[in-house]
Design a protein around this ligand. Structure first.
Ligand SMILES: [Zn+2]
Ligand SMILES: [Zn+2]
Length: 520
């Protein structure tokens, strides 16, 4: 179902459904910071945040919580880690040293840049770190319940997920006193004590009244936190939603073991890195959120998720398609401010929800990212870029925003732009040879240019006309122009390009080209 065509945004549809159940809501979102937090992870947070905003807009009481699973053990030595990390496998990521040495621990190394990005995206969540929640004893009651009802949990997991857990299995892993790994298996439970045996050989006794001595396994931890935080809504990836998956078992455990009615679920689709597959932090096939935010404005990144329903698959391409996305955002923006008419007028809500910090005053400058990507390669700095924009007759309505976009485009050009979009304007006339026909064309073109009102469309049509009169093909004519400016046969769309370079520069360059070839 495409909600856009009904002009009701998906976030409002979900919010309405939640309000039917009650007026107070806690929306939970969680990520394990065991590797770079990527754009795929971001979908969960942004999707939930949009519903949170929609709830508040409708007058409901809503809370948005973000739980960083900092108490999860390191599963393996990921490709981005050094071999030294072998010895930490099994330890909670909040106990492991950070890879760069600048952060408090391993988890913070990945969490901190993500929290900064959330801030830039205007995501205002209450942030919890799982190891701290455990340590404070917030889980203590649910841990006791889980251990008291271990048989029921085992039965649910065996029946629904098709596991074959032995009768000795207990739903709590103890952090071994000796090796610090989450490998302590309980062999005797006698509240308040748990007797455990670790894979390292250590045997010990843990006091369950003390917080942070161990962790519930994921499938039990998840429903436990619904109860602890009173969660009424949670979005999750389709891996959890699979038959026999953690949602199905969690739902049962929540009801039967913890006596808590499970939250309203929303299953979102994965984000694929175009042509390469689903993003996974553990394989390195991912674009980190704090990385992509340097190449695109936060509202454009939000727009990607606001435009598509969460159930829609997204192929993410940080290359050329990022510019397309930015330009599509621009169309929504112009429609929002009534600068441009169009069907997308219906989707005003998409634009609203894409703003990190609400809509401020006037419409930002109308210059497209695509155009900006050309100007950024011509100008030496922002001041010069501004002059080029003004010269081309585009009003700069919001200089701060324009500067931000300019800087993002520069980063994009350096890191993600495909080669074919990159160019360098030669400071001096490049050493190239021109044919008689080409020379004739340039001489005629300069005469016409001298008289011309310098705008992109007129420049474009003048090149076409002149080529025709000079007896060369339009293709050759454009190639000739690119050659004398860039020293290669192709370049950005000629009209805008020449306009941006300025009339004076172009006329001089064409003269240089004619003169250089006279001497030769
Ligand atoms: Zn670090
Ligand atoms: Zn141990």
């Amino acid at each position: 179902m495409n909600f856009l065509f009904f002009s009701v945004h998906w976030a409002d549809v979900v919010a309405e459904k939640l309000i039917e159940k009650g007026n107070e809501h806690t929306l939970a979102t969680a990520i394990t910071p065991s590797g770079p937090i990527h754009v795929g992870n971001l979908r969960e947070v942004i999707t939930t945040e949009a519903i949170y905003r929609a709830l508040k807009d409708k007058g409901a009481e809503a809370k948005l919580i973000f739980i960083a699973d900092t108490f999860d053990p390191l599963r393996k030595v990921y490709p981005f880690l050094s071999k030294e990390y072998e010895k930490y496998v099994g330890m909670p990521i909040s106990d492991i040293p950070c890879p760069c040495g600048k952060h408090k621990n391993y988890a913070e190394h990945f969490l901190e840049p993500f929290i900064e990005t959330m801030d830039e995206l205007g995501i205002n969540a209450i942030i919890y770190r799982a190891h701290e929640i455990y340590k404070k004893g917030a889980y203590n009651e649910t841990i006791k319940t889980a251990l008291d009802k271990a048989d029921e949990i085992r039965e649910i997991l065996n029946t629904i997920s098709g596991r074959n857990l032995p009768s000795s299995w207990m739903p709590f892993n103890i952090k071994c006193k000796k090796c610090g790994k989450m490998n302590g298996e309980i062999y005797k439970y006698d509240y308040p004590y748990a007797y455990y045996k670790c894979k390292c050989g250590y045997e010990g006794k843990a006091d369950l009244r003390i917080g942070g001595i161990g962790k519930l396994p994921w499938r039990v931890d998840w429903p436990a936190r619904w109860k602890i935080f009173n969660v009424t809504f949670e979005a999750f990836g389709k891996d959890h939603a699979a038959s026999g998956g953690s949602w199905e078992t969690g739902r049962e455990i929540s009801r039967k073991v913890f006596g808590y009615s499970p939250p309203m679920p929303l299953v979102y689709e994965f984000i694929h890195l175009k042509g390469r597959g689903a993003m996974h932090g553990s394989t390195g096939l991912a674009v980190a959120t704090d990385e992509i935010i340097k190449a695109i404005s936060p509202e454009v990144l939000r727009f990607l998720f606001m435009k598509y329903e969460p159930y829609r698959h997204i192929e993410f391409d940080p290359g050329m398609e990022l510019l397309d996305l930015a330009d599509e955002y621009g169309r929504y923006e112009r429609a929002y401010f009534g600068i441009e008419e169009g069907k997308i007028k219906e989707a005003k809500r998409v634009y609203e929800l894409s703003q990190p910090y609400g809509i401020k005053g006037n419409a930002p400058s109308v210059i497209s990212y695509r155009h900006l990507a050309i100007i950024a390669q011509i100008a030496k700095n922002f001041g010069e870029a501004k002059k080029i924009i003004e010269r081309s007759g585009i009003a700069i309505r919001n200089e701060e925003k324009l500067k931000e976009r300019y800087e993002k485009v520069i980063y994009w050009l350096k890191n993600y732009a495909p080669e074919e979009i990159k160019f360098e304007v030669k400071k001096e006339m490049p050493e190239i040879e021109l044919s008689e026909k080409e020379k004739k064309f340039l001489i005629l073109l300069n005469k016409k240019f001298e008289e011309l009102d310098w705008n992109a469309e007129k420049i474009h049509s003048t090149i076409h006309e002149t080529a025709k009169i000079s007896g060369i093909s339009s293709r050759k004519a454009f190639q000739c122009i690119y050659k004398i400016i860039l020293g290669k046969k192709n370049g950005p769309r000629a009209g805008y390009f020449l306009q941006s370079l300025g009339k004076e520069f172009i006329i001089k360059r064409i003269n240089d080209a004619i003169n250089l070839n006279h001497k030769a």
